[in-house]
Design a protein around this ligand. Structure first.
Ligand code: PEP
Length: 248
């Protein structure tokens, strides 16, 4: 049985005070579950304060990005060592907004994944096709290339989570149908089976893209969907707790 994960990506939202208030509300509303895990990814500036606010809770802390070096002259970057120091257990890597606005490549994602694992952080690796790619019928080749690229040279999958996030579904209110999502999730698991063998059965593959408390149950019923990466609906306690409440 793969344990479900609900992860909230707060993106570039919330001051420190707003982040603490949201974290406290989530902590109050989620006292832990045998079925699933809950993760929140505040902006860098609020990581430490949210980590403090979550102490004693079952909610884990994630960062939204990192650099692929431990330290050095890389102005403006944050290292995995710093994220660990701030209390992070996980880090989102290769989000489509980073690929689109900050030119992240499969090679760059791969370097970050390896560095995160070496530092003891669990990477949540995002993959997904654009609208045009789906229309062109190349979803599997795009997602396959991203998965192979992200995991090249990775030896153990134990701490890796993959998030399938069709770019056309992110922040658009246009959630993939459960059948569309399951098709890609099953494809990703099949590819992982080819690359890593039996470890594929343990790998959590999250779906992301306009997930809400109203549509998560249908996605959760799918065989290969093991959680949700949530943007917009993670910014309000009700929306996020409503999704958590529907973990299968
Ligand atoms: C995301 O940012 O990863 C995401 C899935 O956003 P939203 O839920 O708003 O579509």
């Amino acid at each position: 049985m793969r344990k479900w994960i609900v992860a909230g990506n707060w993106k570039m939202h919330n001051t420190i005070a707003e982040s603490i208030a949201l974290a406290r509300a989530i902590k109050e509303g989620f006292s832990g579950s045998a079925n699933g895990e809950v993760v929140v990814a505040p902006p860098f500036t609020a990581l430490s304060a949210v980590g403090d606010a979550l102490k004693g809770s079952a909610v884990r802390l994630a960062a939204q990005n990192m650099y692929s070096e431990d330290k050095g002259a890389f102005t403006g970057e944050i290292s995995p060592v710093m994220l660990k120091d701030a209390g992070c257990a996980c880090v989102i890597i290769g989000h489509s907004e980073r690929r689109k606005f900050f030119s992240e490549t499969d090679d760059g994602v791969n370097a970050k994944v390896k560095k995160a694992l070496a530092a003891g952080l669990k990477p949540i690796v995002c993959v997904g096709e654009t609208d045009e790619e789906r229309v062109q019928g190349v979803t599997q080749s795009v997602v396959g290339r991203q998965v192979r690229g992200a995991l090249a040279g990775v030896e153990k999958l134990d701490d890796v989570v993959i998030a399938y996030e069709p770019v056309w579904a992110i922040g658009t209110g246009k959630v993939a149908t459960s059948a569309q999502a399951e098709e890609v999730h099953a494809f990703v698991r099949g590819l992982i089976r080819e690359l890593f063998g039996a470890a594929a059965e343990e790998l959590r593959i999250l779906y992301g893209g306009s997930v809400t408390k109203d549509n998560v149950a249908e996605l959760a019923a799918m065989e290969d969907i093991d959680g949700a990466l949530v943007g917009g609906a993670s910014l309000k306690p009700d929306g996020f707790l409503g999704i958590i409440a529907k973990m299968p």
